[in-house]
Ligand binder design. Structure first.
Ligand code: ADP
Ligand code: MG
Length: 567
């Protein structure tokens, strides 16, 4: 194998040549402490930066096995290394010419701890994947700069951020222990009959609508009401107490601006783990929780929304409902049925983003507009059936309608950012002030019939290229000639999840979508092959910017592909 000095020589020889000549550096180089692998070389200084990897033998990296030998800890350690590499890279990386010249960067991360292809740890090796902008002056190779960058800066980076002895051992320990505790808590929920847990002392509010870090000075720490208080003994942290939300139908009520949506948002993101000091690091939610909202304008492909919507004008079928432009209520109905099809067990709904006519239909309206003139069966008449017939719980933020008291098992009032258990009070009010509305939900929730996606309706090609997928921002995927809008899919937290989701659609089409297999089975197949072989199964080259998603987000993306057809 060639070594670092060979690479240096090569880069110096390339100095001032046309940028394309950089292609010659593809390959592996033995450095004193590690191997540098250049997997993909950019075509010009303005193209996507080049993809590289470093591999350190564990004998050099020196991570003690207890930090990675169980899956929770392994993911946490890999997350920690991604963050430490990212910090160090930000210091070392500098502009060195045109385009991305001089850039050294790893996948961007947020407050969540997720399984990413940016870093791997095994008994034998630590591998980190990142991108470099190969330096150019104009469109000529800046060979001396490149030699400095690859042969001197990268070894410094590795030294500072990937060797156990240079890192803060206590911080690493705390990182992996916190994640292990969160995973443990999440998995304990079912046994206690809970769907979510928010520990005392948690900091739920964020710094701003665009900054996901915890609100620092004025945040009121979470404190459970005594009646909903539960305790756990975590593997690392020991005893912890907080509010347990039982399975069933839970209502979060309270005045405007008292913290209802903030609590629900924390619950939504409790399907993921968070870094220590996030404030939500031990907030955990049932892993199959799906945020539901209205999303007018979305397309819908052959969804049986008849549990909620019937007798549309012009006799449009609601057993296989398709539209290119859903209304607020039909989009919310489709979102629920699609979530159930993908096997959701907990629905999360916020009045702020729900369609009012989907949520309620009060007595006066029932009298004015007869049932046979109203296609919508409101959620209030279905939410209990969802639990009793399908075992699906709901947590609902609803400050505006007390009609829901009749169907709730638990009612939590947020008052000055603190939860109160007002279940008894709400039940008493429901007893004395009857709504006298007629229930419109029928006997049963209704059938969920899985759809079969047709492979010819999913086409990632564009022009000459058989696969052209790209992620624009955190909420849009370009898929072949189509754009998939995921701005309403609120449990996608990193751009890398979208990269992985879009690759997963391509993979699913290639491997599993055959015009016979129902969607839930396709989701099973994709998720279990990722579980067995890692996210690398989705791509031909080892990419560094894929982040794990859930089956629900994969389904959400596919469901929003406007060309999708089903049987
Ligand atoms: P609601 O949904 O009840 O109208 P929000 O959850 O939107 O209220 O919260 C209103 C504001 O209060 C937001 O700016 C939010 O960041 C802030 N907030 C929420 N919870 C807390 C808290 N525990 N401490 C301090 N501020 C909070
Ligand atoms: Mg709100």
């Amino acid at each position: 194998m060639t070594n670092r000095e060979n690479l240096r020589q090569l880069l110096l020889q390339l100095d001032e040549r046309g940028y394309k000549a950089y292609h010659d550096i593809k390959g592996s180089y033995q450095f004193p402490d590690f191997t540098l692998i250049i997997d993909r070389v950019q075509g010009d200084p303005f193209a996507t930066p080049s993809q590289v990897r470093v591999q350190l033998p564990q004998s050099v990296a020196g991570f003690p096995p207890h930090l990675y030998q169980i899956p929770s800890r392994e993911i946490a350690l890999r997350d920690y290394l991604t963050r430490s590499f990212s910090r160090a890279a930000r210091h070392i990386s500098s502009r060195r010419g045109t385009g991305s010249s001089g850039l050294i960067a790893i996948v961007p991360v947020g407050q969540s701890v997720l399984d990413r292809t940016s870093a791997f740890v095994t008994d034998t090796i630590v591998e980190v994947r990142f991108v470099v902008g190969l330096p150019a002056q104009g469109r000529r190779i800046a060979g001396r700069q490149a030699a400095q960058m690859l042969c001197d800066d990268i070894p410094r980076l590795v030294e500072q951020s990937l060797k156990y002895q240079s890192l803060d051992a206590a911080a690493i320990e705390h990182h992996v222990e916190t994640v292990e505790d969160a995973d443990w808590l999440r998995q304990e929920l079912a046994e206690r009959g809970l769907v979510a847990f928010i520990p005392d002392g948690a900091i739920l509010p964020r710094r701003s609508g665009v900054n996901d870090q915890p609100l620092s000075s004025d945040a009121v720490p979470f404190q459970s009401p005594t009646t909903l208080r539960v305790e756990f003994t975590c593997p690392n942290r020991g005893l912890i107490a907080g509010m347990g939300i039982p399975a069933g139908v839970t209502l979060i009520v309270g005045g405007g601006y008292h913290g209802k949506s903030t609590l629900l948002r924390a619950i939504e993101l409790g399907v993921y783990n968070h870094i220590p000091n996030d404030g939500r690091e031990l907030v955990v939610t049932h892993p199959a929780a799906v945020k539901i909202r209205a999303e007018d304008g979305r397309s819908v492909a052959g969804v049986d929304i008849s549990p909620f919507i019937n007798h549309l004008p012009q006799e449009r079928s609601t057993r296989q409902f398709s539209t290119t432009n859903a209304s607020g209520s039909t989009s919310q109905a489709a979102n629920i049925i699609e979530a159930l099809e993908a096997d959701a067990k907990l629905l999360l709904v916020d009045e702020d983003t729900a369609a009012t006519n989907f949520m309620i239909r009060d007595r006066r309206m029932q009298q004015l507009i007869a049932k046979d003139k109203e296609p919508i069966t409101p959620f209030i008449d279905k939410v209990r059936q969802l639990y009793t017939d399908c075992g699906v719980s709901t947590i609902l933020v609803m400050g505006g309608s007390g009609d829901y008291f009749d169907v709730a098992d638990t009612v939590i009032a947020m008052e000055n950012f603190q939860p109160q258990d007002v279940t008894e009070k709400a039940k008493a009010i429901a007893q004395t002030n009857k709504t006298e509305r007629a229930s419109e939900g029928g006997e049963q929730f209704g059938q969920i019939t899985p759809r079969v996606p047709l492979p010819e309706s999913i086409d990632p090609s564009r022009g000459q290229r058989s696969v052209k997928v790209k992620v624009r921002d955190v909420d849009e995927v370009v898929f072949g000639t189509e754009e998939i809008d995921l701005s309403a899919v609120e449990q996608i937290v990193e751009k890398g999840q979208l990269r992985a989701v879009s690759q997963a659609i391509v993979y699913a089409k290639r491997e599993y979508i055959n015009g016979q297999r129902p969607l839930p089975e396709i989701l099973d197949c994709v998720m279990s092959s990722i579980e067995a072989q890692g996210l690398d199964v989705l791509t031909t080259l080892p990419e560094g910017d894929l982040v794990l998603f859930r089956r629900f987000e994969l389904a959400a993306a596919l469901n929003r592909l406007r060309t999708l057809k089903v049987r």
